[in-house]
Design a protein around this ligand. Structure first.
Ligand code: GUN
Ligand code: ZN
Length: 445
């Protein structure tokens, strides 16, 4: 069935980190996006395209709104939804005191299902249509997540956490069971509907060398799957890795020597990485997820986005919430915090760059830019509609915005949680805000 949405369309054709001319932008002030069979069939000026559509095609007109590609969250932990805003600790103590306690509940399928359902609704309500998601060590937590994700029709990436040391015994697998369970879950979920599997060693400190070895092996044995982990988030963590893996040059080298670094590997944080690390990640085609709200909340440090994105050897970077260490589901808020982190590093992230990192840039980091992350013909039809009059304050502030850049920048700065008016997934309405109650309703979840 063909359907269409009308409004101001903003998307990216190219990377705004490398050029100051605005050729990277796709913009239609009164645009029409025509969708069929889950994909964008065409996009262009409403005036032109409306004449070409059969008379019975439903067109939803979003006035005073922006239509953007659905946001992509490159690193997030759905089981940590219940510990967002946990007080007072930095990474390792936070893991022990809050995270490892919460994650023990996810052997209970009903608890996992309930949490995955809530998590995905919150993501859709925030305009996020794809995420790279950590489950827990329990395969049931992965089943629950993908079942809910497929129900919603979303293109999500997720995997079972691998940990065989330095966590409570209830959360440990072994090198062999981790390998076997991962293999079985890949068979079950990778390419099942829109779901994609990510081999998920939590981080080097919670895996023995034997598990790191078998993790590299299972990833290499399944081309097209992802690998996600954490790297260089916190100074104490980095020292711990040095003690645990004394034979290695540095943190990245641990992953590298076990075959974890290559295309479709996504490492969260990278706050304390240096030039040689960026060089290696660039060569390998591996990605970093930049998690500003998390890095501020846990006091981890300030990611050097400018250095990572250096045109001489750009590293693939996507933006990410890293909930529950991160503090918001909203990629708009996350962009606003990325701006502040960049400011503290002495550079100004433009709104073009921030929105790119949450859409097409993230899709490129994930090797999915031929499918998601932009509004163009042939792409999967995942989109978010932002209401520019969502609140009186937003409407007032935007009256004084001189141009599109200022509108986008104000959105990522004020980022009212209820600015998302509708979210489309696979060419269909997935979430919609009632203009009366301001609450979201969900089509499938
Ligand atoms: N490093 C290892 N595990 C985690 C986690 O769950 N959250 C964050 N922020 N860092 C980690
Ligand atoms: Zn994380």
């Amino acid at each position: 069935m063909i359907c269409a949405i009308r409004g101001t369309v903003v998307s990216f054709r190219d990377n705004p980190f490398f050029t100051t001319t605005e050729d990277f932008l796709f913009y239609e002030s009164d645009g029409l996006v025509v969708m069929e069979n889950g994909k964008i069939q065409q996009v262009g000026p409403a005036e032109v395209l409306l004449k070409t559509l059969p008379a019975d095609v439903e067109v939803v007109h979003y006035r005073d709104s922006l239509i953007l590609p659905g946001f992509i969250d490159c690193h997030v932990h759905y089981p940590q939804t219940e510990i967002i805003g946990a007080f007072g600790e930095q990474l390792i103590d936070w893991l022990n005191k809050y995270t490892f306690v919460a994650e023990q509940k996810f052997g209970d399928k009903a608890h996992a299902e309930l949490t995955a359902n809530l998590f995905l609704k919150e993501a859709l309500a925030s305009g996020t249509t794809t995420a790279s998601v950590f489950c827990t060590v329990e395969p049931a937590s992965v089943d629950a997540f993908f079942e809910q994700s497929n129900k919603a029709g979303m293109r999500n990436i997720a995997g079972k956490v691998l940990m065989d040391r330095n966590a409570p015994p209830e959360l440990l697998d072994t090198a062999q069971t981790g390998y076997d369970q991962t293999k079985a879950l890949i068979k079950k979920w990778h390419g099942n509907s829109r779901s994609l599997y990510s081999v998920t060693p939590r981080f080097a400190p919670t895996s023995t060398a034997e598990q790191m070895e078998m993790t590299g092996a299972v990833w290499q044995e399944h081309p097209g799957t992802y690998l996600q982990s954490h790297i260089s988030e916190n100074k104490g963590e980095i020292e711990w890795v040095r003690d645990l893996f004394p034979g290695h040059k540095d943190y990245l080298d641990v992953y590298d020597q076990f075959g974890h670094v290559g295309p479709r590997a996504i490492f969260g944080h990278g706050v304390h990485l240096g030039e040689s690390d960026f060089q290696r990640l660039h060569e390998a085609g591996a990605a970093i997820s930049h998690c500003p709200t998390s890095n501020l909340f846990l006091g981890s440090g300030l990611f050097d986005l400018k250095k990572a994105s250096d045109e001489k050897r750009p590293v693939r970077v996507g933006l990410a919430t890293d909930l529950g260490a991160g503090t918001s589901f909203s990629m708009l808020s996350t962009m606003g915090e990325a701006y502040k982190v960049a400011q503290l590093r002495g550079s100004a992230l433009t709104a073009w760059q921030a929105f790119y990192l949450a859409t097409r840039g993230a899709a490129t980091a994930l090797y999915l830019d031929d499918k998601i992350g932009s509004i163009a013909s042939g792409m999967e039809a995942d989109m978010v509609v932002i209401d520019l009059k969502a609140t009186d304050l937003l409407a007032h502030r935007l009256k004084y915005a001189a141009d599109l850049h200022e509108i986008l920048f104000v959105l990522m700065t004020l980022a009212p949680a209820d600015a998302v008016r509708a979210t489309y997934v696979g060419g269909a309405l997935a979430a919609e805000r009632s203009m009366e109650t301001k609450r979201m309703s969900f089509t499938h979840l």
